[in-house]
Design a protein around this ligand. Structure first.
Ligand code: ADP
Ligand code: MG
Length: 718
């Protein structure tokens, strides 16, 4: 395996020389292409739909479909698919050929507006949390014109939502779109205190995708990596990340060729990739695009995750998107850089040039904090999963507690604002100092955004918040829709409170100040600028009343609290049936992941570890026996070693049997929540214990006999 891995040399990238502008978006049915393939009326109608959600008429849809098909066929496509994001966490596609029988024994190339706009995939085996069992096993996919169609291989992919026959969302995109509409409505209202010209607020997302690369030959020899995406065993390599020599280091040649191919394919698909670098752990890397409107950005992230895998194989690599593939080195996250911006081009989370703009900035900043505070448990639930649990709350990881980091400068602004008794404006001087003064003074705010805290799960970074707790394999939608909804709800409450003050005769600025002061006081517990990884913080967070639950199945309960349901329902993002169904799916998925890990671990112990240990034991026994035959030799060291191996092997066998029993018991539980809890409390607890014994054996058993690639090979061969 090692020899094979070492024989893998850099595969030259296929990316052509020249400018990326030559091929950027060439596989996307974007505006430039639309202008060429649609007639004027159809084009204008489509733009109206994309920008204002105006319904499409049947004729327009037919016109778009015809243009889209012509373009796709010219670019080598012969199939099309509705591309959607079911609750499995991946993307789903079912390809149909453009060819249709012409009724005379031949075929015609067909693609009507009807097929473009809506389909009825037989999707009864996608997770639905019971929604479609109770009603009818039918689901619809419907085109999302806000995200352009694109070609992968020879298939035209049409981004769609996926909903039940009865209208409930069965995917990630539907509620994400609803949350974007909710935050747009609420934020636009608040913006209009400051600028009457604002008519729309966009939510932006810039994700940073972390991942590991592993040589394919080594990967294939690790059933745990193949089946679960992480190593269930493996002794720490003598060298791992302690020298910190990988982070931002020179990118290895095989990897850079892979990255160039990935960037080329991404750019062709319109994904505006920009940054690439080595991450902290050995063989860990990161890719980040330029931020986009959240719906499109999330589609692009989903698309990237699928093409990454394909491209990695060309380079004899496998991608690990698991949040914690290796114990003892950093895990992978997907930082979600998030902000709100107006259709007048103002970033609402960026400081402005005038006191009014700065008051608007502080208004949004404080409301975001208040939203995060109110729903900190729910936001944690939105990024929690069996796999991300290894990053949050486990050892050597940040705690499963949501808090916000602001940095010294903004913290000081809020303190001063809270203490002030006048309705003075917030101004900032160039030296990163700020002062409160009369509203007519207009200095520019310069923020020191180098003030970074890598241990905060939700950090303000100068002109945006960075939700860092999102997992590397996650669909960003859950985090983004929860955040946008929480912010929408909070902004609505804020607006109501300010309006009440104004109605009772208070001046607008003063009303805003009064409400901000109140919010700053109320949401203080969420603000934490210290070391989020420390044990002191865990204790402090509990004192502050933040959600400190660490059990994944129990964290999912946060979706079903009265506060959460009120938030989702009042904003129109999810109704109670949908929330219950989605939570059910989360419990089921959790259970299945742990169940698979348990099975793989059981198989590996019985098919690999115990047989290897027995073989080595037999060798030692033979030696000891022969030594005794000769006589006069001291076999005590070998006998000690035998005893050790015996001890570990016996423990592994006993624990594995106990784990299987626990699984059997848990499997008999019907209720999804109770089953997930049983898996968490009674099954998963065996994994670490069994692993500890296996890792001890790995240390003492003949390297030649050990069939599984070791950490030093998985992490350092490239
Ligand atoms: P860092 O590692 O310093 O956090 P990166 O450059 O790796 O920064 O990634 C930052 C991400 O944040 C990029 O995707 C970038 O486009 C995005 N971003 C920058 N400004 C904003 C903003 N106002 N709103 C949302 N995302 C943003
Ligand atoms: Mg970042």
């Amino acid at each position: 395996m090692v020899e094979e891995a070492l024989s893998h040399v850099a595969v030259p990238a296929q990316a052509p020389a020249g400018r990326s502008t030559d091929y950027f978006g060439e596989l996307v049915f974007g505006r430039n292409v639309m202008r060429r393939y649609l007639d004027r009326e159809t084009y204008e109608a489509l733009i109206q739909t994309m920008e204002h959600g105006t319904p499409l008429t049947r004729e327009v849809a037919d016109g778009i479909a015809a243009g889209m098909k012509q373009w796709a066929v010219e670019h080598g496509a012969d199939h099309y698919t509705h591309w959607f994001q079911p609750l499995t966490g991946g993307t789903a596609e079912k390809h149909d050929s453009f060819a249709e029988p012409d009724g005379r024994g031949g075929v015609l190339e067909e693609f009507s507006g009807k097929l473009l706009v809506q389909q009825e995939p037989d999707a009864s085996s996608f997770p639905n949390g019971g929604i479609r069992n109770t009603f009818e096993a039918r689901g619809y996919s419907a085109w999302d014109p806000a995200s352009p169609a694109f070609i992968v291989g020879s298939t035209l992919c049409i981004p769609t939502v996926f909903i039940a026959y009865t209208g409930e969302a069965l995917d990630y995109k539907t509620p994400l779109l609803r949350s974007l509409a909710a935050v747009d409505r609420a934020a636009t209202e608040v913006c209009r205190y400051f600028d009457r010209n604002v008519t729309k607020v966009f939510s932006y997302l810039g994700w940073e995708q972390e991942y590991f690369l592993v040589d394919e030959a080594l990967w294939a020899a690790r059933p745990d990596l193949v089946l679960t995406g992480r190593t269930l065993m493996g002794h720490e390599s003598a060298k791992n990340q302690q020298l910190e020599d990988h982070y931002f280091g020179a990118i290895p040649e095989r990897v850079i060729e892979f990255m160039r191919d990935l960037e080329y394919e991404s750019l062709r698909l319109g994904i505006p990739v920009k940054t690439r670098h080595n991450e902290v752990a050995p063989n860990q890397f990161e890719l980040a695009p330029i931020y986009e409107e959240a719906n499109l950005a999330n589609d692009h992230n989903q698309l990237l995750m699928t093409i990454m895998n394909k491209i990695a194989r060309r380079h004899n690599f496998r991608i690990l998107l698991h949040e914690k593939p290796f114990k003892g080195v950093n895990g992978s996250g997907k930082h979600n850089n998030w902000s709100l911006g107006t259709d007048t081009g103002v970033n609402l989370l960026g400081p402005g040039k005038t006191p009014s703009e700065n008051l608007q900035f502080i208004t949004f900043l404080v409301n975001v904090m208040a939203a995060v505070y109110r729903h900190n448990g729910l936001l944690k639930a939105s990024i929690m999963s069996a796999t991300n649990a290894h990053r949050l709350g486990a050892n050597e990881a940040p705690p499963a507690i949501i808090s916000t980091f602001l940095g010294a400068q903004i913290s000081a602004v809020l303190e001063k604002l809270e203490a002030s008794r006048s309705d003075a404006a917030i101004t900032f001087s160039a030296k990163n100092m700020f002062k409160m003064s009369g509203i007519s003074h207009i200095p520019t705010l310069m923020l020191d955004n180098t003030d970074r805290n890598r241990t905060s799960p939700f950090a303000f970074t100068g002109n945006r918040f960075e939700f860092r707790a999102v997992g590397s394999s996650d669909n960003c939608a859950d985090a983004m829709l929860t955040l946008n909804t929480a912010v929408a709800e909070q902004l609505t409450r804020f607006k109501e409170a300010v309006d009440r003050h104004i109605e009772s005769g208070m001046k607008k600025e003063k009303a805003i100040y009064e409400e901000l002061k109140k919010l700053i006081r109320e949401c203080k517990p969420i603000h934490f600028d210290g070391n989020g990884y420390s044990d002191e913080w865990k204790a402090e967070a509990a004192r502050r009343g933040l959600d400190c639950e660490t059990s994944t199945p129990l964290i999912f309960d946060r979706y079903l609290t009265a506060d959460s349901i009120r938030m989702f329902e009042s904003t129109g993002v999810l109704n109670k049936v949908e929330i219950e169904a989605r939570t059910e799916v989360k419990w089921e998925t959790y259970t299945k992941k742990i169940q698979i890990e348990g099975r793989v671990l059981g198989d590996l112990t019985m098919n690999h570890i115990v047989p290897i240990a027995s073989r080595y034991e037999a060798m030692l026994l033979d030696k000891v026996y022969k030594m005794a035959q000769i006589g006069g030799l001291d076999a005590s060291a070998d006998i000690d070693l035998l005893k050790k191996i015996q001890g570990h092997t016996a423990a592994i066998q006993t624990l594995t049997i106990e784990m299987i029993e626990a699984r059997k018991k848990a499997n008999r539980i019907e209720n999804a929540r109770a089953k997930a809890i049983a898996y968490h409390d009674t099954v998963e607890v065996y994994f670490e214990e069994i692993r500890r014994h296996i890792d001890k054996l790995e240390e003492i058993i003949d390297d030649q006999m050990w069939t599984l690639p070791k950490y030093r090979e998985l992490l350092f061969i490239k």
